[in-house]
Design a protein around this ligand. Structure first.
Ligand code: TYM
Length: 355
C-alpha cells in the first residue's frame, strides 16, 4: 500500500565493457518498463564510476557509450528521462543528508564493498564505501517506487529501504508539520524489481561466477559491442558439462553452466526456462549452442552496431543527456527543497533557478 505515484528509476555505471548481464538483467527490462503507465528515469551513474579511478577521457566515452546502449536497446528518450548523474546536483546533496541518516553498521555489512575493496581495504576510497548511500539518494531524489536491477543489487536496495524508513521515522513530526506526509512518510519504501530468467547471468567460463565487467577473461562475457563472429566464438567456447539438456527445470539443479545458457536463451527470447527445455530438452550442447548463437547474434549484433553509430555523433547524445538532466532536475529539486525544510535548514525562498 503506497500513497506514492509509481515512478521507475535505475542506473548503470559507465565503467566500460557493458555485457550481456547488464543487458538481460537490467537494460532490456528498462525498455519493457516503458510499457507501464509510469515515468521512467534511466541514469548513467558517473559519480558512482569514479569510486574506482577512471581515466578521464575514457570515462567521457563510456558515459556516451552507456547512453548509446540505452537508446539502441529501445529506451525512448522522449518518453523516459535519460541522463547522467553528475548533471543533476540533487544526487550529491541528498547523499550528504543520507550520510547522516545511514549507520556505519549498515554499511559495514555491504558485501559488494568487501568484494571490490578486496584485501587492501585501508586503501579503498571513501566513495567506494559510501557508494550505496549515493545509490539511495539516486532513487529517493525522485521518490522512485520501483527499481529494476539484477540480483547483485539486492542488498543495496535493502539499504535504500532502510534509509527511507529511518528518515521517515527520525523526522516524522517535521514531515507532518511541513505538510509532506504522504500518509506513508516522506520517502516511499522502494520495491526492487529483480526477476526473470536472467537476474543473475553467470560467466561463460565458470557457471558459479557472475558475468562481470572486471573479469580478466574476455571470453567470460559477451560485450554489447562484440561483433557477430566474436559472439558466435564465445558461445561456442562456453563451458558446458557432458550431458544432454534435461527436459525439466529441476534437471538443471547442480548444472550451473547448463542453467546459465538456458537462462540466457530464455531471456533473449522472452520466454521461460520451462519453454526453452520444452523445445530443446534432450539436445546435446553442440546443437543447443547453435540455436543460441543464432538467437544471440540476431539480437545483439544490431544492438552493438547501433551503439557504434550513435557514439560516432556525440553531439546528439550530449543533447539527449542535457535534456534529460533538465527534466530530472525538475523532479529532484522540489524533493530537495522539501528535505531541507524537513531537516531544518534555512534555504532561499523562491528558487533562483528556473527548473
Ligand atoms: P552496474 O553498472 O554494475 O550494473 C548495471 C545493471 O546490470 C545488472 N547486472 C547484472 N544482471 C544480471 N547478471 C549479471 N551478471 C549482471 N551484472 C550486472 C546490475 O544488477 C544492474 O542492474 N549500483 C548499480 C548502479 C546504480 C543504480 C542506482 C541502480 C547506481 N545507482 C540506482 C539502480 C538504482 C551498479 O553498479 O550497476
Amino acid at each position: 500500500m503506497t500513497a506514492f505515484k509509481e515512478l521507475v528509476f535505475s542506473g548503470v555505471q559507465p565503467t566500460g565493457n557493458l555485457h550481456l548481464g547488464n543487458y538481460l538483467g537490467a537494460i532490456k527490462r528498462f525498455v519493457d518498463m516503458q510499457a507501464r503507465d509510469a515515468q521512467c528515469l534511466y541514469c548513467v551513474v558517473d559519480m558512482h564510476a569514479i569510486t574506482l579511478w577512471q581515466d578521464p577521457a575514457a570515462l567521457r566515452g563510456q558515459i556516451r557509450e552507456v547512453t548509446a546502449a540505452f537508446l539502441a536497446a529501445g529506451i525512448d528518450p522522449k518518453r523516459s528521462i535519460v541522463f547522467n548523474q553528475s548533471q543533476v546536483p540533487q544526487h550529491a546533496e541528498l547523499a550528504w543528508v543520507f550520510n547522516c541518516v545511514a549507520r556505519l553498521g549498515w554499511l559495514n555489512r555491504m558485501t559488494q564493498f568487501k568484494d571490490k575493496a578486496g584485501k587492501d581495504r585501508e586503501n579503498a576510497s571513501i566513495g567506494l564505501y559510501d557508494y550505496p548511500v549515493l545509490m539511495a539518494a539516486d532513487i529517493l531524489a525522485y521518490r522512485a517506487t520501483h527499481v529494476p536491477v539484477g540480483e547483485d543489487q539486492k542488498q543495496h536496495l535493502e539499504l535504500t529501504r532502510d534509509i527511507a524508513q529511518k528518515f521517515n521515522n527520525d523526522f516524522s513530526e517535521s514531515i507532518a508539520a511541513h505538510g509532506h506526509d504522504e500518509g506513508a512518510g516522506f520517502f516511499p519504501i522502494t520495491e526492487p524489481l529483480i526477476g526473470g530468467p536472467a537476474a543473475r547471468v553467470m560467466s561463460l567460463r565458470d557457471g558459479t561466477k557472475k558475468m562481470s565487467k572486471s573479469d580478466a577473461s574476455d571470453n567470460s562475457r559477451i560485450n554489447l559491442t562484440d561483433d557477430a563472429d566474436t559472439i558466435a566464438a564465445k558461445v561456442r567456447k562456453a563451458k558446458t558439462d557432458p550431458d544432454a539438456l534435461p527436459s525439466e527445470v529441476a534437471g538443471l539443479a547442480g548444472r550451473p553452466e547448463a542453467d546459465n545458457l538456458v537462462g540466457i536463451f530464455a531471456a533473449l527470447k522472452d520466454v521461460t526456462r520451462e519453454d526453452v527445455l520444452r523445445d530443446h530438452g534432450g539436445a546435446q550442447f553442440s546443437a543447443f549452442k547453435g540455436a543460441l548463437v543464432e538467437l544471440a547474434v540476431e539480437t545483439l549484433a544490431p544492438l552493438g552496431a547501433e551503439m557504434k553509430r550513435l557514439v560516432s555523433d556525440p553531439s546528439e547524445i550530449d543533447a539527449i543527456l542535457a535534456d534529460g538532466a533538465e527534466r530530472a532536475e525538475a523532479i529532484a529539486a522540489p524533493t530537495l527543497d522539501a528535505v531541507k525544510d524537513i531537516v531544518g535548514f534555512v534555504r532561499r525562498g523562491p528558487r533562483l533557478r528556473a527548473v
